[in-house]
Design a protein around this ligand. Structure first.
Ligand SMILES: Cc1cc2nc3c(=O)[nH]c(=O)nc-3n(C[C@H](O)[C@H](O)[C@H](O)COP(=O)(O)O)c2cc1C
Length: 344
């Protein structure tokens, strides 16, 4: 079984302290990202037996992409902080494991350069910049580079929480943004538009013609609004607790969001997913796929592309075993009745 704690400790030992602080940071002094991971454990697994499981298939459809696993790489910035081969190494590991990668607009490699070396499926994340011309230019390059969908992140409101985290995100990192020539790291983060409206989604869609998934949704009313608006899909995420101290763990946001969209659009989730059992929990609550954030960066730091492949394959193998134990032959067989929420 994959042990992400071990991976985290190896990464911490490998990385320089400033890089580690950037990757590990959360918005609050009181909480670490572990709170999201622990929340998944509130759902006990209730196995079914006697179902004659001849085989177990982890194949998943995420948007238009047919994949061999529902485990995805969540969009994370600055992979060069973790490894010199940066986002190209992550993509190589993801594609070897059959996993979809979401490329971050805050990548250290420019999107065209990234895409030239990528063989697997990938989507592009986008932050709307205050200077729309920068976003227009990025989106033009994303389309030319061949992304199959966009992920618009809507939960960045420009607040960096504690002074410690603020200084981790605004300190000039020893890397430069790949997609915004001329901007330093703090200039790029300061350039993200904090004042988004629902009409901005249409603006992004018309710039590209690509399906737009909206990332950072936690409230069921927002989910219902987005489903009615006809977005391609919704990503339940609290940005790895990097935006708001005390924010609801995604394990508890997912079920109400799935109910609110009532099957109109697919739902993905990320935050604290650390094991095959967590993946199974998320799918049983109605997610079509799950994003992995920090553990991918830890794997990248510890082992480059091979490390990322090992992590994603390991989570998929562990998922297959959990599915067998639960009596689920396919991801569609992971249903809410296989979970019981503890009251303690
Ligand atoms: C170092 C780091 C950088 C991130 N950069 C981005 C980003 O550029 N765009 C984005 O939408 N989300 C970003 N995220 C949030 C992730 O996409 C994801 O929501 C979160 O990491 C999932 O939680 P996990 O780290 O517990 O798996 C980042 C997260 C981390 C840890």
């Amino acid at each position: 079984m994959i042990n992400t704690d071990e991976l985290r400790d190896r990464a911490r030992a490998t990385l320089d302290p400033a890089a580690w602080q950037y990757l590990a940071g959360t918005a609050g002094a009181s909480e670490t990202a572990d709170r999201d991971a622990l929340a998944w454990h509130a759902f006990d697994l209730v196995p079914r037996f006697l179902r004659g499981l001849a085989s177990v298939d982890t194949a998943a459809r995420i948007g238009a992409d047919e994949l061999s696993t529902p485990v995805m790489v969540a969009a994370t910035a600055a992979h060069r902080l973790a490894h010199p081969d940066a986002e190209i190494a992550t993509a190589a590991g993801a594609s070897a494991a059959g996993a979809l990668m979401v490329y971050s607009s805050s990548a250290t490699l420019e999107v065209g350069e990234f895409a030239r070396s990528v063989t697997g499926p990938w989507w592009a994340q986008v932050y709307l910049m205050r200077d729309r011309e920068r976003t227009r230019d990025y989106l033009r390059r994303v389309v030319a580079a061949g992304a199959s969908a966009l992920v618009l992140t809507v939960d960045y409101v420009g607040v960096t929480g504690t002074a410690r985290f603020g200084s981790a995100t605004s300190t000039p990192l020893p890397v430069r943004p790949g997609n915004y020539p001329g901007l330093s790291w703090p200039e790029m983060t300061a350039g993200i538009e904090p004042d988004l409206t629902i009409d901005d989604i249409d603006w992004v869609a018309t710039q590209t013609g690509l399906p737009v998934w909206v990332k950072g949704v936690l409230h069921p009313a927002d989910a219902a609004l987005l489903a009615a608006r006809g977005v391609a899909g919704i990503i339940v995420s609290n940005h790895g607790r990097r935006q708001l101290d005390g924010v609801l763990p995604t394990a508890h946001a997912l079920g109400p969001v799935v109910s609110a969209v009532a099957g109109r659009v697919p739902v993905l989730v990320d935050g604290g997913i650390r094991s095959g059992a967590d993946v199974a929990r998320a799918l049983a609550l109605g997610a079509a796929g799950v994003g992995i954030g920090r553990p991918v960066l830890w794997a990248l730091a510890a082992g480059g592309a091979a490390g990322v492949e090992l992590l994603l394959r390991g989570l998929t193998t562990d998922l297959r075993q959990v599915m067998a134990s639960l009596g689920a032959a396919s991801v569609a067989g992971l249903t809410p009745d296989l979970l019981r929420r503890r009251s303690d």
